[in-house]
Write a protein that binds this ligand. Structure first.
Ligand SMILES: Cc1cc2nc3c(=O)[nH]c(=O)nc-3n(C[C@H](O)[C@H](O)[C@H](O)COP(=O)(O)OP(=O)(O)OC[C@H]3O[C@@H](n4cnc5c(N)ncnc54)[C@H](O)[C@@H]3O)c2cc1C
Length: 511
């Protein structure tokens, strides 16, 4: 999916930087008065010392005029945009995230089919010149002591961070966890996003391909090629080819639709030339439980999308409830999909691309379940809970994005001092913003700018809807905003321009 993202939020993508970029954490003053090597030592000493600093020391240091220490959880749309906008002259910026890069998610579907290279959609957090970055998960938060407990991410696979784990890290077996350490904060920004929802459907975690990150996209890309190679083997029967080259997309939201469209283009424009004999076996199907796909678009635009897909021979099966995915014993590399609507009959496929709803991040689940004591003591004599949105489970904030707490026994909510939440893990009280990059980046920019100016109280956050657009394949798209609706080539042109400006625009700042 692509929504019309604010131009100033669009940056030129870069690939990873080497670990030597750690030197960018050296304090500026140190660099001017001593050699780079010495400065690095100073910086390293400072970093090491800071990780063992206790919250009590912070208060003392503040009196000495030290910059406030802002700890940012997450390097996604919310965390990255916030860190980039927050004034480093005023605040010490510390980021904790299991991945050291930001992903421009609207372009991920394009990387899965090779339209774009992976490095075009990621940007290293090291470019932000943060005071500290720690590659790890915030595992728990002690709000009374103002300390984040971090589990280092030493895994080689950085992709499995926002989707369900096959063997959960956070289970009863503590030995599965990575090394732990504490990071104190003065202000805490929670921007950990959400995980992919599987609805507990059998076989999804094991056999479906998620589409959330560049690692997921890379796996999909390899699998598509592998399926074509398997299908072209002389020992493969036509029956098997039909199964192997059936691409099932589960989820008729913008991401699922856009992936199906990009895949269709890949087949028609490239694979048709490489595997001319196989194109007749290719089938793309989008499944959704809802009566219609693209629910965020008006009926006429959604219908336009359906008509376009029909012409392109992409099947759309609405009101279809998947109940199981399992390997097909009779066809190596094939899967069998069982739907409530089809009884015992199972549908063969080579790949299932999973793009359905969101579920709560485990960190949010953990901190919402805890009774907190020792916070806002002046107001509450009893333990409190973080306020949780009953529908999504998201952290509830006020209109200034300050996290709310409620007494355990019920009663009037309050603000939890110095704790803010932004992005997909957040629900702003009385307003239900969609879980989109637009909302996350606008919240991040708003909050950082207000903290820079020290006037958070004065202006509440207001979301400005830039519209939504989705690519439909064959140079057609749909676009909808409060001002207009576009279909076909004109919408495609807009969609393409948005993509290109991300890739070619120079690095711009949010401020
Ligand atoms: C394929 C795809 C396409 C999309 N297309 C669009 C689009 O076109 N337009 C649009 O508006 N929206 C789009 N979205 C939605 C958009 O990407 C999300 O709404 C947005 O990423 C939310 O930002 P966020 O920062 O809250 O979460 P995320 O971007 O998911 O970032 C969360 C960050 O937190 C980190 N994290 C997770 N757990 C922890 C932890 N315990 N401690 C520390 N860090 C943690 C993660 O590693 C990640 O860095 C798309 C999403 C996907 C997956």
């Amino acid at each position: 999916m692509t929504t019309a993202l604010p131009v100033q939020s669009i940056t030129r993508a870069t690939c990873f930087v080497s670990t030597s970029a750690l030197t960018t954490q050296a304090p500026r003053q140190a660099l001017t008065t001593c050699s780079t090597r010495e400065a690095w030592r100073v910086a390293r000493g400072r970093r090491m010392a800071s990780t063992i600093t206790k919250a009590t020391t912070i208060a003392t240091n503040d009196k000495l005029g030290r910059k406030e220490r802002v700890v940012i959880l997450g390097s996604g749309w919310a965390g990255y945009a916030f860190a980039r906008t927050l004034d480093p002259q005023k605040y010490e910026r510390i980021m904790i995230s299991p991945r050291s890069y930001f992903v421009f998610t609207p372009l991920v579907a394009g990387t899965a089919v090779g339209t774009l290279e992976f490095r075009a959609v990621i940007e290293s957090v090291r470019r932000l010149g943060l005071d500290q970055y720690h590659q790890g998960w915030a595992d728990d938060i002690d709000f009374a002591r103002k300390v984040v407990r971090v589990e280092a991410n030493t895994s080689d696979d950085l992709t499995a961070v926002t989707r369900p784990q096959l063997s959960p890290r956070q289970d009863a077996n503590e030995t599965l966890k990575g090394p732990m350490f504490d990071i104190p904060y003065d202000k805490l920004i929670i921007g950990v996003g959400a995980y992919a929802q599987t609805f507990g459907i059998e076989g999804v975690k094991e056999h479906a391909n998620f589409l959330r990150n560049v690692g997921d996209a890379r796996k999909i890309r390899m699998k598509i090629l592998q399926l074509f190679e398997k299908a072209s083997l002389p020992i493969t029967t036509d029956e098997e080819r039909r199964k192997l080259l059936h691409f099932a997309v589960v989820g008729g939201g913008p991401t699922g639709i856009e992936f199906a469209a990009e895949l269709h283009d890949l087949v028609q424009e490239d694979l048709r030339k490489t595997y001319p004999a196989l194109v007749q076996f290719v089938k793309i199907t989008v499944y959704d439980v809802a009566p219609k796909v693209l629910p965020m678009f008006d009926q006429n635009l959604a219908q336009y999308a359906m008509d376009t897909f029909k012409r392109e021979r992409i099947a759309v099966r609405t009101e279809h409830h998947l109940t199981r995915i399992r390997p097909d014993d009779a066809c190596a590399g094939c899967l069998k999909l069982k739907f409530q609507e089809h009884g015992d009959e199972e549908i063969g496929a080579g790949i299932v691309v999973w793009s359905t709803g969101l579920m709560r991040n485990p960190l949010i689940e953990k901190i919402e379940a805890k009774a907190l004591s020792g916070v806002n003591e002046a107001t509450y004599k009893e333990a409190v809970l973080l306020q949780k949105d009953p529908k999504t489970g998201g952290l509830v904030t006020d209109e200034h994005l300050r996290v709310r707490i409620v007494p355990e026994s019920g009663g009037q909510e309050q603000i939890l001092s110095d704790v803010y939440s932004i992005g997909d893990c957040t629900v702003v009280a009385e307003r239900r913003y969609p879980a989109t990059a637009q909302v996350a980046s606008q919240q991040a920019t708003y909050l950082a700018k207000r903290l820079n100016k020290g006037d958070l109280e004065t202006t509440p956050f207001r979301f400005r809807n830039w519209g939504v657009m989705t690519y439909l394949g064959g140079w057609r798209a749909i676009h909808q905003s409060s001002a207009d609706e576009l279909t076909g080539r004109a919408a495609w042109f807009l969609w393409r321009t948005a993509k290109h400006s991300h890739i070619s625009e120079p690095h711009t700042n949010y401020t």
